[in-house]
Every structure is written in structure tokens, then in C-alpha cells.
Design a protein. Structure first.
Length: 90
């Protein structure tokens, strides 16, 4: 859960890194944290139902609630995973 916006994610593949959103570390759902503002440059948002990956560590998350913050690790934005093209059913 982000402390800077409404973003919530589910970890698909974990890694030993600190996931951030909007420039601040994410916290477990229900954790009591004070709200913080988005850091400039990390305010591009997250998209519902999309997977994001940190290539260097292998971390992969699924966005279950979108928000205004950019998902990142150590200030490096996560990459959006492209959807796989399904075969046609001719």
C-alpha cells in the first residue's frame, strides 16, 4: 500500500529490495503511516491490472488499485510488462 497515493499492489515475484511508490517506501495493508506527497518525477501513476517489473532484481508486482504514484526501486521506475499476444482462433 502506498503512503503517497491510492496505489496498492500484489507481489507476483519477490526480491530483496524496497518497493516504492511516489518516491516513498510502500507499507503493508493496514499499517498506520502518515500520508506523504508525491516526489516530482515519480508521479506518472500506475495502471489497474498491469504488471510491473524491476529487471535488475526480478521483482514483479501486479497493480490491484491504481494511483498517481510511480512504482520504483531506489528511485528507478519499474517497467510495465507488455501483454502477451494470444493466438488467433481461426
Amino acid at each position: 500500500m502506498s503512503i503517497a497515493c491510492a496505489t496498492e499492489v500484489m507481489v507476483v515475484r519477490g526480491a530483496d529490495v524496497t518497493l516504492e511508490c511516489g518516491g516513498h517506501p510502500m507499507v503493508a495493508a493496514g499499517a498506520a503511516e502518515s500520508s506523504r506527497s508525491l516526489v516530482a518525477g515519480l508521479d506518472q501513476g500506475s495502471l489497474l491490472g498491469k504488471r510491473y517489473v524491476h529487471v535488475a532484481s526480478g521483482l514483479q508486482v501486479l497493480c490491484v488499485k491504481p494511483g498517481d504514484g510511480t512504482l520504483s526501486v531506489a528511485g528507478e521506475p519499474l517497467e510495465l510488462v507488455a501483454s502477451k499476444q494470444l493466438p488467433s482462433s481461426d
